[in-house]
Ligand binder design. Structure first.
Ligand code: BEZ
Ligand code: FE
Length: 313
């Protein structure tokens, strides 16, 4: 029988005959334990808990792929470059984590650890384009500012005009939550958030809405469009080397908060989007995929989306 030993380079196959003496491990089998055992008795508790696992996975990875010094140095250069190009407007290291799914995974772990029931709306990552202090608007108002025929994407905004409504409810009691705050933001039809685009007014496509006595919010917005994450840095180069698209499916971001409830950070995804199954940052979850319905008789909107948010205690 032909078997592939764990330490063989990929693509090769080695004969293991039953009577052959066991092969010597290719690399020092005591090395990883030695590194882990170097942790001192006064180590920080959580660090001492997580580092042995991190070290073991890192070492196993290096052995598994037969990582060379040249490849390791290329990775160091890439991580350094991420740090060097990061500032308060751009976090390239976070973007690097995003494209390998790490932020979405950690978000899922964190929210599942805190969740008390499966009825709660799943979370999704915040993303780098959130801005605090979006204006508090009355229910029924619009987050699309200064839209006029002179705006380059005016026609698309009219075609995608949408009325968004729903309730914020308690996962525990099922009762509506009056006074919850729904903070919402998305890109313009050109795929840019307002802070990325000098052509858009301040706080365009952003607003906060307080739920009424029935726990209901309502606003005018747009059906969201797909857009590429910033791909002019090392994260973009890695995506290209992986033959992957930088695009995210059209989505609307939400932060839903209410006193006594765990704040929910999430996104909803338009099911018409061709990138729904290939989000470059892996944030899509089935429960967050929504279908906009045609809306009749409303000059302000051609589409409606009804979506309830379920908060945990
Ligand atoms: C966003 O949805 O805004 C986003 C998330 C992760 C990386 C880049 C953008
Ligand atoms: Fe986004």
């Amino acid at each position: 029988m032909r078997q592939m030993p764990l330490d063989a380079p990929s693509g090769s196959a080695v004969d293991l005959t039953p009577n052959e003496p066991p092969k010597k491990p290719q690399y020092d089998p005591t090395f990883t334990d030695k590194v882990i055992a170097a942790t001192g008795p006064n180590a920080h508790l959580r660090i001492a808990q997580v580092m042995p696992s991190l070290i073991r996975h890192l070492h196993d990875f290096a052995r598994e792929v037969n990582l060379t010094m040249g490849e390791w140095m290329a990775a160091i250069d890439l991580i350094n470059e991420c740090g060097q190009m990061s500032d308060d407007k751009r976090n390239e290291t976070q973007l690097l984590c995003d494209i390998v799914g790490l932020e979405s995974l950690v978000d899922e772990i964190t929210s599942k650890m805190l969740a008390t029931s499966t009825s709660e709306t799943p979370s999704a990552i915040l993303g780098p384009f959130y801005r605090q202090d979006a204006p508090l608007l009355p229910n029924g108002d619009t987050i699309v500012r200064n839209l006029s025929p002179s705006v380059p994407w005016y026609q698309k905004a009219v075609e995608d005009s949408a009325f968004l409504t729903g309730r914020v409810v308690s996962g525990r009691s099922g009762l509506p939550i009056p006074g919850a705050v729904v903070d919402v933001w998305h890109t313009a039809p050109n795929g840019l958030y307002e802070q990325q685009d000098e052509g858009q007014p301040e706080m365009n496509m952003r607003g906060q809405f307080e739920t009424d006595a029935d726990g209901r919010y309502s606003l005018y917005a747009l059906r969201p469009v797909a857009y590429p994450i910033p791909d002019d840095g090392p994260a973009g180069r890695l995506l290209a080397m992986l033959d992957r698209s930088p695009y995210r499916p059209g989505h609307i971001h939400f932060i839903v908060s209410a006193p006594g409830f765990r704040t929910l950070t999430t996104q909803v995804f338009d099911d018409r989007d061709e990138y729904i199954a290939k989000d470059s940052v892996f944030a899509v979850k089935d429960e967050l995929v929504v279908r906009f319905k045609p809306r009749d008789g409303d000059p302000q909107a051609r589409w409606t989306l009804e979506y309830d948010f379920v908060l945990g205690p």
